[in-house]
Design a protein around this ligand. Structure first.
Ligand code: ADP
Ligand code: MG
Length: 404
């Protein structure tokens, strides 16, 4: 790992350090419903405060349209950060405007300031490099040094992630270092048996990961909405379940490749089939090859893996030394279809080795089901970023920090 660390920036006491965090938390109205990303940002910020740096935090929140939008204000996040740091945290009502400039100028050693949402400025996510560079230049005015710690955005070529880091001495924060340390252990010499569990809604989102990991794993367990494309690839009917017909051939290719490599692709033996997509829908457990033989016929929807499958997956997971899990096993948001996800999550907490949860919905699922972060080896803060890393892609926000 050749990532530049904070130490490489030299002594930071009295220096203005702009820190790119990922504070993109889910909000209901202005209340944070999951503060995982704020908590994950604390170690780097606390370390900079302890050095006496003048800490200027920048982040995006949601997808405002390049203009101020009070629904996406970082003000509640700044307040939560103050609680977690147990110190006053100042907040600027703009990102690079007059309020930000005056609050940066007033910042004392060891103090923290959060600037308003980066994406209130069109330059942050502009497709035009000159526009991004111009906005990054305005941010750089506030910075003697830059620390990049927003792991969830390192796969994005955005002003605060890519251009800003080139305008000032820059380094990776502790969260990025920790995330990469874990992801590296999933790709370089993982302890065996190594099992990958994939679910979620779309197989097309995960094809790159399957292709890259297939030669590296011992077993691939398939659940979630994508399992139906696998069943269809084996010639089974799947009723009205989620199916990506245009991916069937690709999936058949993976099944063949796995057989040649001696990798087990483990598909469900039973599924929970529902009459409709709702929490109070009638539902039954059916063998995976007989989804259309339920009372709901061809209109039946597979919304979770069945109990026999969940138990078999749990056994494989518990018997592994390295497990990476991405994508819920069923529609966990609806209580009757959350059991498969719960059983798999529980098994991950029992792994004697490294267990990693990646993916925004997967992380939300384990917390919603009442598990604690500490029960897992690692819960990644970056869904898309961790998947792209595991696909073997080069990520611009890491390359700019010296990663190779
Ligand atoms: P992640 O964010 O962890 O990468 P995805 O975004 O790929 O996960 O998928 C999450 C979504 O997949 C959830 O909203 C869940 O309801 C849905 N899902 C899981 N199983 C099914 C299924 N059988 N049918 C339809 N949707 C499903
Ligand atoms: Mg998702």
């Amino acid at each position: 790992m050749t990532l530049r660390t904070i130490d490489s920036l030299g002594p930071l006491a009295g220096k203005r350090v702009v820190v790119r965090c990922d504070l993109n938390v889910p909000l209901r109205d202005t209340v944070i419903t999951d503060d995982g990303r704020v908590r994950a940002s604390v170690p780097t910020l606390a370390a900079l405060v302890a050095q006496g740096a003048r800490v200027i935090v920048v982040s995006h929140l949601g997808r405002p349209d390049g203009a101020p939008d009070p629904r996406y204000s970082l003000a509640p996040v700044a307040a939560r950060l103050g609680e977690l740091l147990d110190a006053p945290v100042a907040f600027a009502a703009d990102t690079v405007g007059a309020d930000a400039a005056s609050k940066v100028a007033a910042l004392g050693d060891g103090e923290v300031l959060v600037l308003e949402n980066l994406r209130f400025n069109p330059g942050e996510t502009s497709k035009n490099e000159a526009e991004r560079t111009a906005f990054a230049g305005e941010l750089a005015e506030f910075a003697d040094a830059v620390v990049s710690d927003g792991f969830g955005v390192v796969h994005r070529k955005q002003a605060s992630v890519f251009e800003l880091e080139q305008l000032r001495p820059s380094a990776a924060g502790l969260l990025i270092a920790a995330e990469l340390d874990v992801l590296d252990r999933l790709t370089e010499n993982p302890e065996r048996p190594y099992t990958v569990v994939l679910g979620g809604s779309k197989v097309s989102d995960k094809l790159g990961v399957i292709a890259h990991l297939l030669p590296r794993v011992d077993a691939l367990l398939v659940g979630g909405g994508m399992l139906f494309t696998f069943l269809a690839a084996q010639g089974h009917k799947v009723g009205s379940s989620l199916l990506e017909a245009d991916q069937i051939e690709t999936v058949q290719g993976y099944l063949t490749e796995a057989a040649e490599r001696g990798v087990d692709i483990v598909l469900p033996s039973d599924v929970v089939v529902a009459a409709s997509f709702s929490a109070d829908a009638e539902h039954v457990v059916a063998p995976a090859e007989a989804i259309e033989q339920t009372p709901f016929g061809a209109s039946g929807l597979g919304l979770d893996i069945g109990p026999e499958t969940a138990a078999a997956f749990a056994d494989r997971i518990r018997g592994s030394k390295t497990v990476f899990w991405n994508g819920p096993m069923g529609v966990f948001e609806l209580a009757p279809f959350a059991a498969g996800t719960r059983v798999v999550a529980e098994a991950l907490t029992q792994v004697d080795g490294l267990s990693v949860v990646g993916g925004g919905d997967s992380a939300a699922a384990v917390r919603q089901l009442g598990f604690e972060d500490a029960q897992f080896g690692h819960i990644s803060t970056g869904g898309g970023a961790s998947l792209e890393f595991l696909e073997g892609k080069k990520l611009p926000g890491l390359e700019v920090l010296g990663w190779q």
